[in-house]
Design a protein around this ligand. Structure first.
Ligand SMILES: NC(=O)c1ccc[n+]([C@@H]2O[C@H](COP(=O)([O-])OP(=O)(O)OC[C@H]3O[C@@H](n4cnc5c(N)ncnc54)[C@H](OP(=O)(O)O)[C@@H]3O)[C@@H](O)[C@H]2O)c1
Length: 254
């Protein structure tokens, strides 16, 4: 995770590239739901508007690790924490409408093995490496289910919510993950290209009020078949609310 110096360096790079000095960076650790709640509180206290929320966070190889909240670490960082953060910021997004939420998912969601039993429990019937990969894919399916869920819930408020696959990209994320890096290492794009889909979904006029869609290469793409199972998606949503300990006050739409 980035430390204070990394944050200052990132801010300096953005200011230099854009000539915009109005850039604020903040530290938030998604392995702690308390930290997510504090971060959301600060944003709501300090910002009058929130036009775009990009849930870009993604980790891969946290294995069977548990967080301080007792949740499976990869699932918490990739899914439970962004799920909670989006709930906590949805009133600010609604106040700033029309506004947009984006979940950076992965085409890997198509290879998921998500069940209600394993959402917070890696499947022990698989070898460790494979189990990590499947938990990652499960978490990326949850991103799509969550984006679709918020798309429905926030429709009345004119907040759109979509998900995307950024393409195989040469980032720290990929190089840390030998299982993925080895077979695809020669075919990956640079980080700037990898960010293009997020920028497009955040800013492009032609997206209009499209919501609940999944994008690859800036084009709408079919979604994993399981997302048409509304009972399953609702159960994933309810389980996620339970695991993050969502209170009535925090719920995005009552
Ligand atoms: N790279 C690919 O080929 C690929 C393919 C498909 C999907 N994706 C998805 O693309 C997204 C971005 O990944 P990337 O490739 O750009 O990798 P990356 O450079 O490693 O970015 C991952 C981001 O997650 C943040 N993060 C990691 N642990 C965190 C924690 N505990 N709390 C808060 N933030 C944390 C990192 O923050 P720091 O900068 O502070 O470490 C970083 O900003 C992910 O959702 C990933 O699943 C990537």
């Amino acid at each position: 995770m980035a430390d204070k110096q990394d944050l200052t360096n990132s801010r300096d790079k953005i200011v230099k590239a854009t000539n915009n000095c109005n850039v604020v960076t903040k530290h938030v650790d998604f392995t702690s739901l308390t930290c997510v709640r504090c971060f959301a509180k600060e944003i709501k206290e300090e910002e009058e508007r929130l036009d775009v929320l990009i849930n870009n966070v993604g980790v891969f190889c946290l294995g069977k690790e548990r967080t301080v909240d007792g949740l499976q670490a990869t699932m918490q960082v990739n899914h439970f924490a962004p799920f909670l953060l989006t709930h906590l910021l949805s009133d600010l997004l609604a106040k700033s409408a029309p506004s947009r939420v984006i979940f950076v998912s992965s085409i890997g969601a198509f290879f998921h093995r998500l069940t209600l039993a394993n959402i917070n429990n890696p499947d022990v019937s698989f070898a460790d490496g494979l189990s990590s990969l499947l938990v990652y894919y499960n978490s990326k399916l949850c991103n799509i289910i969550t984006a679709n869920g918020f798309a429905k819930k926030l429709k009345q408020c004119r907040v759109t919510c979509n998900s995307l696959h950024p393409g195989m990209t040469a980032t720290t994320f990929l190089w840390k993950n030998q299982l993925l890096a080895k077979p695809v290492g020669f075919f990956v794009q640079g980080a700037e290209m990898g960010a293009q889909s997020s920028v497009f979904l955040s800013a492009a006029k032609e997206i209009g009020d499209a919501s609940g869609k999944f994008f690859v290469d800036m084009r709408e793409h079919q979604q994993p078949r399981v997302v048409t199972d509304s009972q399953f998606c609702e159960a994933v949503w309810t389980a996620s609310e339970y695991f993050v300990g969502l209170t009535d006050e925090e719920r995005s739409i009552k």
